[in-house]
Design a protein around this ligand. Structure first.
Ligand code: NAP
Length: 497
């Protein structure tokens, strides 16, 4: 493992400038304002553990004010021409693209991922706006003759209404644009609450949408330290008609219960526990490339992260050796310079959790090939880790690791591999490496997941439907169906013909 630590003075000045430039207040009804009682909380740089700045800490009353603004703007926004809704998104895509470097640095500072990864996320995030700019004008309907010939069916699709959007810290901008894009395109107003650790990227994004011409009240942003106390009154209020959440399954379950009271339309992008299967006929070098992406994208802090590697016994040693070599060569450090590939984990809670899961696996007999320890300086660093012979009873086979840890187990027959892969409450994504087309299709069909990476270590694409089954969620984001989550179907029965 090589570590990179020094930060040049010019970079420090840029850091201060991009943090200074980001809004720090709540956006309600098109106006930036402080939280009631001027409450604020500190945002931390996870690579140092030191405060970057403070942002507004909304109260439940502030949340309800944001919901009122979204509610007031709803009918006007629904009537806004779809082409213009799309053009605002398109302008925002252009502005994000122009400010790509500053937005990437801001994200690295609050989230920790390397600049290389932040740049990739900003591009990915912006693409949701370009995609949904194009989808805004393709909201279709239907006209049909009733089967008995005596009437006509007119089917139209309308915005569901004000939406509450809640996003996690791991992809601070993309998880937002994946919701805001289709909401704007569909004609829904919204209130978004980003994760408390990473509010700055969302605040900067809201600023860009204002500049792109989004009317007042269409997007409202509430930053808060106490998510539950601010969101629950909004969910139970009755003026919101939609809740779109990305985060953990445990919080998602709670929010589904809260949404039941007002029967909100819910979308849930929840946790994952992705299996990564390597068969004996796989191209091992390609599988290692895919494993590096599936495991190390976002420092392993991704819902799509490969959480369990099942490798055929005949190729397991070669796969483990090559993966270990690649993991060992990663450059770790504060992500603000171009030479760093792997940043810190988000906070001390996540660092303790990863450490605990590794200790548990090792305590149960897993063999350490690489890493298995915390960084020794400031910040929340954990070394890229490879474990072999991880027993099925290890906690990390059933819990999301959310860190740079690759646990490898072996199998000898396809049915056992499939049974293990499906032996989880989660069902977001699975990865599969094989050169046998029959096996590829047979196994893909039997994997109980919403997505499969077939000879590919990354599935995320704004033009494709992202989402899971089982405890990984409800609904899809992105692709042609992404806008459906923000639309209701209305059928008008026409008589007298
Ligand atoms: P989390 O703890 O569930 O938090 C997610 C968001 O929910 C944050 O904004 C959080 O606010 C908010 N929240 C927490 N408790 C709440 C409550 N009682 N009521 C309303 N909102 C509440 O998840 P996380 O640790 O940020 O993110 C990691 C999880 O997200 C992982 O499980 C990961 O797999 C999942 N994820 C899923 C996808 C997907 O597309 N399926 C994508 C990315 C991440 P605070 O920050 O203030 O707590």
């Amino acid at each position: 493992m090589s570590t990179t630590s020094s930060t040049p003075a010019s970079t420090e000045t840029r850091e201060a400038r991009v943090v200074e430039a980001a809004p720090k207040q709540l956006l309600i009804g098109g106006k930036w304002r402080g939280a009631s009682g001027d409450r604020s909380y500190e945002v931390e740089d996870p690579s140092t553990g030191r405060a970057l700045c403070s942002v507004a800490d909304a109260t439940p009353e502030d949340g309800l004010a944001a919901l009122a603004a979204a509610h007031d703007a709803q009918s006007g926004w629904a009537a806004h021409p779809p082409r213009e809704r799309g053009e605002i998104l398109r302008r925002a895509w252009e502005l994000i693209t122009e400010r790509h470097e500053d937005l990437s640095l801001l994200m690295t500072l609050e989230m920790g991922k390397s600049l290389i990864e932040s740049r990739a996320e900003i591009t990915y995030a912006a693409e949701f706006f370009r995609w949904f700019a194009e989808e805004a004008v393709r909201i279709d309907g239907d006209y049909a003759v009733a089967p008995n010939g005596k009437g006509r069916f007119l089917v139209t699709r309308q915005p569901v209404g004000p939406a509450l959007l809640i996003t996690p810290w791991n992809f601070p901008m993309a998880m937002g644009t994946r919701k805001i894009g289709p909401a704007i395109a569909a004609g829904c107003t919204s209130v978004i609450k980003p994760a408390h650790q990473t509010p700055l990227s969302m605040l900067a994004l809201a600023d860009i949408l204002n500049e792109a011409g989004l009317p007042e009240g269409v997007l409202n942003v509430v930053t808060a330290r106490g998510a539950g106390s601010v969101m629950e009154p909004m969910i139970r209020d009755g003026r919101a008609r939609k809740l779109s959440f990305t985060g953990s399954t445990s919080v998602g379950r709670k929010l589904i219960e809260q949404s039941a009271e007002q029967v909100l339309k819910v979308s849930m992008e929840l946790g994952g526990n992705a299996p990564f299967l390597v068969f004996d006929d796989a191209d091992i070098d390609a599988a290692v490339d895919g494993a590096m992406l599936a495991k190390m994208r976002n420092i392993g802090e991704a819902c799509t992260a490969a959480n369990r590697f099942y490798v055929h016994a005949d190729v397991a040693d070669e796969f483990a050796r090559k993966l270990t070599d690649r993991m060992a060569a990663l450059r770790i450090g504060r992500g603000v310079t171009d030479d760093v590939e792997v940043g810190p984990l988000i906070d001390s809670v996540q660092l303790d959790k990863v450490d605990e899961l590794v200790s548990d696996a090792v305590g149960r007999g897993a063999q350490v090939e690489l890493g298995a320890s915390r960084g020794d300086g400031e910040g929340y660093f954990y070394q890229p880790t490879v474990l072999k012979n991880v027993p099925l009873q290890a906690r990390m086979t059933s819990e999301e690791i959310f860190g740079p840890v690759a646990p490898i187990s072996t199998f000898t027959d396809e049915q056992t591999a499939l049974r293990e892969a499906n032996n989880t409450e989660y069902g977001l994504v699975a990865y599969l490496y094989t050169r046998d087309i029959q096996r590829a299709l047979r196994v893909s069909e039997q994997l109980e997941t919403g997505m499969v990476g077939l000879n590919q270590g990354m599935v995320s694409n704004p033009a494709a439907p992202f989402g899971g089954v089982k405890a990984s969620g409800l609904g899809r984001e992105g692709g042609k169906v992404g806008i459906d989550e923000f639309l209701e179907t209305k059928y008008i029965a026409i008589g007298g013909l």
